[in-house]
Design a protein around this ligand. Structure first.
Ligand SMILES: [Zn+2]
Length: 451
């Protein structure tokens, strides 16, 4: 067993959780344990599930237990300004009693989103505001295993000067949090957060944290959402290619640190884990399940039937063409083979054709019941994938596992790009990225790689 942990005095003083790296493969991926000062342990890689602001307490308790959820998250913005009936407060109490690790975000991102939404309608800022002290007090009162500082997410459309100011405020808030923590009898376990669109910006944050802490056992990386979602300004900051490049830079810059990436979900999670990220949030499960989406390993969103909106639905013979290769996938069979508590009973039916028709109707139920059935399945699938990623890291087969999962999607080129960067083949990575608009050249480069 390989233990890499430096518990310097400064860290113990400031109550930053310690990270023990257990097993490392490909130098950039590892499994590990976040060891909290009270002795509690959180295994990595880890997925933190966000609480729903729509669904009932019972709904969520049911989904979390049947879906095999191991860790959850909430945020101060929601608890202070939205949770009027105390639904999330009740869930936090329940899950904490069960011993489930809880990450309590500041809600800086939610505050920014609320401000943007309000601003576009009335041109006025919302009245709600957060300060490091308000956030700290709420986190301390609620209690949590990992507390996130109040940070300021970047906007791709702001100027360099404004972006630097945002980063400086995030660092200043962290210093203030350290002070609040030192003066308190019940200090929090805090995770510093870095923001940046480029290696220089990320490094700027890291250097300041290193100065404050000597060593950084855990860190979060924010402002990734505008890179992975196509929104206004995405092109300015380099999109998904830069997302991959920055994550690998961060992993190589802090090889023994537990890294959490904020706001990354869906198929992008495979890429993030491949780049060496140890911890991710999962918030998409609520909306997707409500919308009627079924998730399967390595397959993007599918509906149960052909619907009026004509989005992809589960098919027995879907043809995939990627990089000149053809593959037929039986998505219905994949779905029928699922072992989750909602799917399992249908496996016992010897007539699988009939079972599929019944299962379609069961999963397509209206209202809360249908949403819950789909949510249990979707969450279970994510958690099973997380277990497979964990064993792939342990067995040294992550490369093959991720390549297999991404082979049906649109992220193959990003996967090869990540692999080049991980291996230090910078020129090949650059060629692949520069030629991204030229399909044939790109294929030649890939062939060259597999010679
Ligand atoms: Zn299932």
């Amino acid at each position: 067993m390989k233990i890499v942990a430096k518990s310097t005095k400064k860290i113990l003083d400031t109550k930053i959780p310690v990270f023990h790296q257990i097993k490392s493969t490909y130098q950039d991926n590892h499994t590990g344990i976040i060891l909290l000062p009270d002795g509690k342990e959180i295994k990595t890689p880890v997925l933190w599930y966000g609480l729903s602001i729509v669904e009932s307490v019972e709904f969520q308790k049911n989904v979390y237990s049947k879906g095999n959820v191991k860790a959850f998250l909430s945020n101060v913005y929601d608890l202070l300004f939205q949770d009027k009936k105390g639904k999330r407060a009740t869930l936090i109490e329940e899950f904490t009693k069960q011993g489930m690790p809880h990450k309590l975000d500041s809600g800086g991102f939610q505050l920014m989103k609320a401000n943007i939404a309000k601003d576009s309608k009335t041109k006025k800022k919302i009245k709600n505001h957060l300060t490091p002290e308000i956030v700290f007090n709420k986190q301390r009162d609620v209690g949590c295993d990992v507390a996130i500082q109040l940070d300021v997410p970047l906007s791709p459309n702001s100027t360099k000067k404004e972006q630097k100011e945002a980063i400086d405020t995030t660092i200043r808030n962290f210093k203030e949090l350290l002070k609040l923590n030192r003066d308190n009898h019940h200090p929090l376990n805090i995770m510093p957060v870095a923001h940046g669109y480029s290696e220089e910006m990320i490094n700027y944050c890291i250097e300041q944290y290193e100065e404050l802490l000597d060593d950084i056992p855990i860190i979060g990386i924010g402002s990734l959402v505008p890179m992975v979602k196509s929104i206004k300004g995405t092109n300015k900051i380099g999109g998904k290619w830069t997302f991959v490049k920055n994550l690998i830079y961060l992993r190589k810059r802090l090889p023994n640190t537990m890294i959490h990436a904020f706001g990354i979900g869906g198929t992008m999670s495979y890429l993030a884990f491949y780049c060496g990220i140890d911890s991710l949030d999962s918030n998409g499960w609520i909306q997707k399940s409500a919308y009627g989406v079924i998730q399967l390993p390595g397959i993007s969103d599918r509906f149960l039937f052909k619907k009026p909106h004509n989005r992809p639905y589960l098919m027995a013979n879907r043809m995939y063409k990627r990089n000149g290769r053809k593959k037929i996938v039986n998505e219905i069979k994949m779905f029928m083979n699922c072992n989750c508590p909602e799917c399992k009973p249908f496996q016992q039916n010897p007539d699988q054709k009939q079972a599929w028709i019944k299962k379609q109707a069961y999963f397509d139920k209206d209202g809360e019941e249908g949403r819950m059935i789909r949510a249990i399945h979707n969450v279970y699938v994510f958690n099973q994938e997380l277990e497979l990623i964990t064993s792939a890291i342990e067995n040294g087969t992550l490369n093959k596992f991720i390549e297999d999962r991404l082979s049906l999607g649109t992220y193959m080129k990003l996967f090869y790009y990540a692999r080049y960067l991980k291996n230090g083949e910078i020129q090949k990575a650059r060629n692949l990225r520069n030629n991204k608009k030229n399909g044939q050249k790109k294929l030649d480069i890939l062939k060259d790689y597999f010679k």
